[in-house]
Design a binder for this molecule. Sequence first.
Ligand code: GUN
Ligand code: ZN
Length: 465
Amino acid sequence: MVFQAIAAASLHARQPLKEDYPLPDTLLRGAYLSFSAQPSNLTADPAALGTGVNYLSDAIISITQGVIDQVQSADAFVESGGSLAQCTDLRGSLLLPGFIDTHIHYPQMDIIAGYGTQLLDWLERYAFPAEIAYADLDYARAQAEVFMQTLFRHGTTTALTFTTVHKHTTDALLESAERHGARMIAGKVLMNRNAPDGLRDSGDGIAESAELIERWHNRGRTQYAVTPRFAITCTDDQMRAAGELLTEYPGTYLHTHLAEHPDEITATLELFPAAHDYVDVYDQFNMLTPRSVFAHGIHLSPRELDRLAETGAGIAFCPTSNLFLGSGLLNLDRLRDHNVTLSVGSDVGGGTSFSMLTTIAEGYKVSQLNNQTWHPMTALHAITRGNAEALGLGAKIGQISAGFEADITVLKPRPGSMLERRLANGATLTEQIFAAMFMGGDDAIEQTWVAGKKVFDRAQQDTSS
Ligand code: GUN
Ligand code: ZN
């Protein structure tokens, strides 16, 4: 049986159910893996999973009103009077915290794999024309729904996402997230220069952002990110006003791009001659905060890394995009040495896969090219608890543990897939995770649960198509 019982179970004490707590409405049974800390002491020994890694080969996860209230072994569940017949039986699968993507563009999903260019030309040739089409509200709404379903099909339950310059695309996306109960962070793109007609802020983009913040920030599970596309497409005035929004609305995120491609860096420094460097461009406008997510950050000086670390601002590593657009190889060890917060994003559609498993597999290849290594458990931690922490949501999502929102991704190879063959060949838990990274993609995802509700089930999709 795959995804089961190979590594020794490590039992972690859980809070007992409160006496006045309502009865669980959902009980899931299966192997589970989650991280309570950045994994350390990792060794090749499958019985020694390392510190921070929580694994049970046969667990019961109790969920009440969208929140996990207890995780225990099936034996303990039975001993305390629980009935296994009431559990949704997912034995043979591996339950993981829902994947989190800290950088993606919802309007770019249909332009994945645009041939032949690097960043600035790619934007002109593929991204901008695709985004112009979102001026149509009906189209934006239909695409938002497909986007959400596509995230779920790949096991992603939370994303920090770009929309377009049109105010209604943020509404469309967050309405869809809200319908599904998904935790989602988005923001209207700010862009008032160096972009084609139909894709620049025609009205007051800042006032529109403020209106969207009022409507969406901390409404249920939705949150808002102030989203200047990047410095090249925003005037000084717009950048300044965007920075001011962060102070006016504390708790909002800042989401943008940074030091992705050498040509972009040259163009940026020409537009902002007073800045010391690229990080300073954003710093001058007070955009460096612990809730700031800068996509890419590949080509940064030690001073820039130190400044990010000092302010708590983070970098979203987007390896499929960086390789696809030829942008460069992010040096993970260097980021760690400078104490810069790291998260991981798909960057669809510069990135080439919605799958966060595929994303960390490409991240592993990047680390190989840098003569470094990225342990599978560390990489899996990055797209679950690590990304949650980077978004300041580490107490709410990213773990399968009591008190956490019940976003769960269920891994099981698609019958007949190469991943199934590979796992049948026998492997430790770490090796299984590694194989799922490289051979999994959406073939690895059996179900996705959001706030305790099933939002994707491969079995149902396969019979309906
Ligand atoms: N920099 C500015 N806009 C974009 C975008 O849409 N994708 C990527 N990868 N980089 C950007
Ligand atoms: Zn991007």
